[in-house]
Design a protein around this ligand. Sequence first.
Ligand SMILES: Nc1ncnc2c1ncn2[C@@H]1O[C@H](COP(=O)(O)OP(=O)(O)O)[C@@H](O)[C@H]1O
Ligand code: SF4
Ligand SMILES: [Mg+2]
Length: 367
Amino acid sequence: MTETILEAVKLTRDFNVGGSLFAKPKTLRAVADVSLSVQKGETLAIVGESGCGKSTLARMLMRLISPTSGHMIFEGRQIEQAKGRALTELRRDMQFIFQDPFSSLNPRMTVGRLVGEPLETHEPGLSAKQRRVKVSELLAQVGLRPEHADRYPHEFSGGQRQRIGIARALASGPKLIIGDEPVSALDVSVQAQVMNLLSDLRDKLGLTLVLIAHDLAVIRHMSDRVAVMYLGAIVEEGPTDVIFAEPRHPYTRALLSAIPVAEHGRTRHQIALTGEMPSPIDPPTGCRFHTRCPFARAECRSDVPVLRETDTEPGHRAACHFIEEIAAEAAPPAPEGGMGLTDAARARFALYGDAIAGVKIRPRSET
Ligand SMILES: Nc1ncnc2c1ncn2[C@@H]1O[C@H](COP(=O)(O)OP(=O)(O)O)[C@@H](O)[C@H]1O
Ligand code: SF4
Ligand SMILES: [Mg+2]
C-alpha cells in the first residue's frame, strides 16, 4: 500500500515585478494552484521548460520560500506555517540538492566541515571524533574517500562537487530529497553517474526523491511518476511508462516529439511548438497552452481545463478539454508555421533521443 509523505494542495506563489517610482508592480504568478502528492519511497519527476515554475515549486515544498496561498502536508503535519522547532525538524527530514553545486558550497570550508556542519545541528550529541567517523561514512556513501574531507570544493570536478552536495544533504538523515536540476550543470557523461548514485541511495536508504528536470530523458529511467508543468501549472501527470508511451496532453506530446529521432536516415518531429512560452505576468485565458496548441478550439480560449483522469491507467491525469478526441486522432493538424521546431525551442527543450523510444505516435511519413 502506498503512503503519502508530502502533499501540496493548491499551491500558488506570486512575485511582484517591475515596480518603480512611476509604475505599479505587476503580479507574476510563478506557480498557479498546483496540487500534487508524493508517495513514500517513490521518485517523482517534475518536468517543464525553463521558466515554468519548477524551482519556485521546489523551494516552496522545501519551505525555503512561503506560498502566497495553499497548503503543504508532510507526514500528516501541515507545514506551510512551520516555525522554530517544527521547521528545524523539517530541515532534517527534507533536504535539497542544488543545480549548481559550486555556488551552494561555501568555498572556504573543507569538505569535512561542509558535510559535518548539518551533523552539528541535527546530532549535537556527537563528539568531534564520532562526527569525523560519520563524515567518512557519508563520503564513502557517495563514492568519495575519507582523505577528501581535508580538501576544498574547488579541488574537485563538477560531478564530485555534486557528490559532496549529496553527502551534505544525507548528513541529517533525511526522508525526502528534492533535487532541482541536480545534473543539468554537469557534463553529459557525468550526469548518468550522479543519477545512478541517487537511484542507489534511494534504494539503500529508503529515500523518497522529487527530481526537477527540463530534460525528460534524464529522469526517464529512474522516476516512477512524472508531472509535466507548463506556465506555473501541472498539465499532465502519471506513471512514467504511461506518460512516455501514451502522453495525452498536447504539450507533453510536443515535448516528447520535440526529441529529434533519426529514423531511416530522416529526422522526424511529430508536433512542433510554435512561439515562446507566454509571460506568467499575463498568462493566456482559458487553457494556458492555447496560444501554442495545434489542437486549440474556440472554447480553449475561455474555459480552463481541469486535471482529470485519462483513458489509460488510474493516476494518469491531463488538463485538456479534448484528451479523448486527441487520443483517438491519428495525427495532429499541422500548426501554423510548419512542422519544424525553431532552434530556440529545440535548445530550450534540450531533449535527447532515447526518451522517445516506445512513444506511440505516428511517424510523419505515414500521415
Ligand atoms: N524571486 C523572483 N522574483 C520575481 N520573479 C521570479 C522570482 N523567482 C522566479 N521568478 C519568475 O517566476 C517564473 C518561474 O521561475 P522558476 O521557478 O525559476 O522557473 P524554472 O525553475 O522552471 O525555470 C519565471 O517567470 C521567473 O522569472
Ligand atoms: S484544452 Fe485546448 S488548447 Fe488546451 S491543450 Fe487541450 S486542446 Fe490544446
Ligand atoms: Mg529552475
